[in-house]
Design a protein around this ligand. Structure first.
Ligand code: 5GP
Length: 344
């Protein structure tokens, strides 16, 4: 436990609104009350967390984000949410994070102001903050082409202005809704503008879409569950992943608590690891799943019998796949220093 916290780590798959801790949500509620804004979370506050054995289905699980959304409706609330979340990751030993979030129009801000608020929060962190933070902008699969295009155009524009902060674009949201193909021309535009791409891939059984996603050559994919034949993929999808070695953002607790995977022991981490596919251990939604990055490393070590040296190698390898190339050396140096000084 202590080792996992001390180990310098990178977080590459964390949704801002899913990462809000209980204490952050209470502070956001106070901010709303002090600002004379209403939030409708009272009746639902306790429904935000999804623990192991939760009886809600995947669709219902996606409803919980509405609770967080009603607490991030102004630029000031987003700034507070971003700073408190970054602080928690830093306190947990995370030295570099790519936070992702879906821009929303609210009664108090536009999508453009939404993105700008997070960028500015990352650029102007409190004095004690050393964690390097970058932004990946999310497109929800629910969006139609026009909505997704509006967001992509904004991301490209912001990437030109703040290339040191805005590093990527991604597709997320309810995997049973929408089609990946809708977004392909937009993702191509983003790629051509210098942005990196990561895709939620294979969260539900849909081998055709998984194949299309892998063939798109994203820089990374999230979850990658239904790629293996035993989990709803097929030989072609699994072989493609094994050949391309697309890095996979692995979110153990998220997969178990949403019942995508029956239990930790049967998680596809093992097959990915044995096949030499790059793995990045991530939290997904640390608020919703009541977890932390160090806890995910600990669970991984316990379940798959990894020693401290292997854990350090896992963290070291994850650094190779961070989107901000200018930070890669700084982060790798930190890891190498830790490995040398701890005789790992
Ligand atoms: P936000 O983008 O509002 O900061 O974070 C919450 C959003 O992230 C959700 O509304 C959903 O679109 C996306 N999200 C969070 N966790 C998951 C997940 O496990 N799978 C998918 N596909 N999307 C997720």
């Amino acid at each position: 436990e202590a080792f996992c916290r001390k180990l310098p780590k990178v977080e590459l798959h964390a949704h801002l609104n899913g990462s809000l801790s209980h204490s952050t949500m209470l502070q956001l509620k106070r901010y709303h009350a002090d600002s004379g804004l209403t939030d409708n979370t009272d009746a639902f506050f306790d429904e935000f967390q999804i623990a192991a054995g939760d009886t809600r289905n995947l669709k219902q699980c996606f409803q919980v984000f509405r609770i967080a959304h009603s607490l991030t409706t102004t630029p000031e609330a987003l700034t507070l949410a971003t700073h408190l979340t970054l602080q928690e990751f830093q306190d947990d030993g995370c030295c570099y994070i790519e936070l992702r979030s879906t821009p929303r129009d609210t009664p108090h801000m536009t999508k453009k102001q939404y993105i700008e608020a997070i960028i500015l929060a990352m650029l102007h962190t409190p004095a004690n903050m050393t964690i390097i933070s970058r932004l990946i902008v999310s497109i929800d699969r629910r969006f139609n082409f026009a909505e997704a295009q509006e967001i992509t155009d904004l991301v490209i524009e912001f990437h030109k202005l703040y290339s040191s902060v805005v590093v990527g674009i991604e597709i997320s949201g309810d995997p049973s809704v929408g089609k990946f193909q809708t977004f392909v021309p937009l993702l191509e535009n983003a790629k051509n503008a210098g942005l990196k791409v990561t895709l939620h891939c294979g969260e539900v059984c849909n081998p055709d879409e998984v194949q299309e996603m892998l063939d798109f050559n994203p820089n990374r994919i999230g979850h990658g569950t239904c790629i293996l034949p035993r989990l709803g993929g097929n030989d072609a999808t699994w072989n493609t992943l094994c050949i391309k070695k697309t890095p996979v953002e692995v979110c153990l607790t998220s997969n178990v608590n949403t019942k995508s995977i029956a239990n930790y022991e049967s998680h596809h981490f093992k097959e990915l690891f044995d096949a030499g596919i790059p793995i990045i251990i991530c939290t997904d939604d640390k608020g919703v799943f009541a977890t932390s990055l160090s806890q995910e490393y600990r669970l991984c070590a316990e379940t798959f019998k990894l020693d401290n040296s292997q854990l350090a190698q896992l963290s070291h390898r994850a650094c190779l796949y961070i989107f901000d190339e200018t930070s890669r050396k700084t982060v790798l140096d930190k890891l190498e220093h830790f490995i040398t000084h701890n005789d790992l």
